[in-house]
Write a protein that binds this ligand. Structure first.
Ligand code: UT7
Length: 317
């Protein structure tokens, strides 16, 4: 079966920056507690006119422009999110309309929480192989600031908003591997947008931490085995940006080179399904990710779910 390679990225951040200092005036917390426990220093939050779909549209538009492709060449559009402004139209359908993507192609949302971007890429891979077509648009987008209880210090300090988008190309003989999994659990629970006032995010942080440090190295090893590569073959590992300490555990467990593990949670907090594509876009923008490089992306989160993939960047900027 053909694999996917990453062609171009896009990103969009909302207009309001909320620092740890800002939050320490809202709840009983401190910059010191948040940075030492999580590595987070600030996060971007939606203004009134922004939501997961407006961010997704901006990120997708940028990725499409960077790819140099016409909208008519996109064979499917999949958006990963757990904070869409409406259940329907989906974010992906809103992107289809805004970008003028062809109507005779699939557009839909995937909810696998923080693993969502990997799930969405796997879905796009399957669609291109099944329905035909060469290029997929995959988006991760969230407006989690709308879904936390602003008075709950155990969650409101963790999450942020944003969107990242990727254009992927189906190609012969490219390194590509995916692993996905799920274990039904209430360890992270989020009400739907309509229930947001009564059912904001709740999380058993310690249980999720344990789950993450067990799952991430295993996911990475699985995609390495499936693509017959070793850690030394990877230029980058892009993990879900929930907590700097979780990534450090993973590095220690794998005896890996820390500089290969990209981190940006200090600026964004945990943006769930958006965290991996936001990181990819930043890496392209900052000339860290170069054409021909191989990377693994590893996600874990609510569901509980997990996912890993290995692919190359054949960049267009
Ligand atoms: O993308 C979804 C995936 N989610 C995650 O990856 C989250 C994984 N878990 C974590 O990252 C960590 O468990 C947290 C950062 C959420 C919490 O860190 P922790 O070291 O597990 O802290 P804790 O929950 O054990 O809380 C320790 C103490 C408690 O006080 P007591 O009971 O010891 O007196 C909490 O009440 O810290 C208190 N606490 C806070 N203090 C100041 C909890 N939140 C805060 C806060 N500021 N924001």
């Amino acid at each position: 079966m053909k694999g996917l390679q990453l062609l171009a990225t896009g990103g969009a951040l909302p207009g309001r920056v909320v620092t740890n200092e800002d939050l320490s005036r809202q709840v009983d917390t401190s910059d010191e507690w948040i940075t030492t426990r999580t590595g987070i220093r600030q996060r971007y939050c939606c203004t009134e006119s922004e939501d997961a779909a407006t961010l997704a549209i901006a990120a997708a538009r940028q990725a499409l422009a960077r790819s140099g492709l016409a909208a008519s060449e996109i064979a499917c559009c999949v958006a990963a999110t757990l904070s869409a402004p409406t259940a329907t139209p989906s974010v992906a359908c809103r992107v289809q309309a805004a970008l003028g993507l062809p109507e005779n192609r699939p557009a839909f949302d995937v909810n696998a929480a923080c693993s969502g971007f990997i799930y969405a890429i796997a879905a796009a891979h399957g669609l291109l192989n099944t329905l035909g077509g060469r290029y997929a648009l995959v988006i991760g987008c969230e407006a989690l600031s709308r879904m936390v209880d602003p008075a709950d210090r155990t969650t409101c300090v963790l999450f942020g908003d944003g969107a990242g988008a990727a254009i992927l190309e189906l190609a012969e003989d490219v390194p590509f591997a995916v692993t996905l999994g799920a274990r039904g659990s209430e360890a992270i629970r989020v009400g739907g947008p309509a229930a947001c006032d009564t059912a904001p995010i709740t999380m058993d942080g310690k249980a999720v931490f344990r789950f993450a440090v067990e799952t991430m190295p295993r996911c990475l090893q699985t995609v390495l085995e499936r693509s017959q590569k070793t850690l030394a073959d990877l230029d980058w590992v892009v993990c879900h940006q929930a907590n700097s300490r979780i990534i450090d555990h993973c590095i220690k467990h794998l005896h890996a080179e820390p500089s290969k593990f990209y981190k940006n949670m200090d600026r964004h907090g945990n943006t769930s399904a958006a965290s991996i594509p936001i990181a990819l876009h930043e890496m392209v923008e900052n000339d860290l990710l170069h054409p021909g490089q191989t990377l693994a992306c590893i996600g874990f989160g609510g569901g509980l779910t997990w996912g890993g993939m290995l692919l190359t960047y054949e960049g267009r900027k």
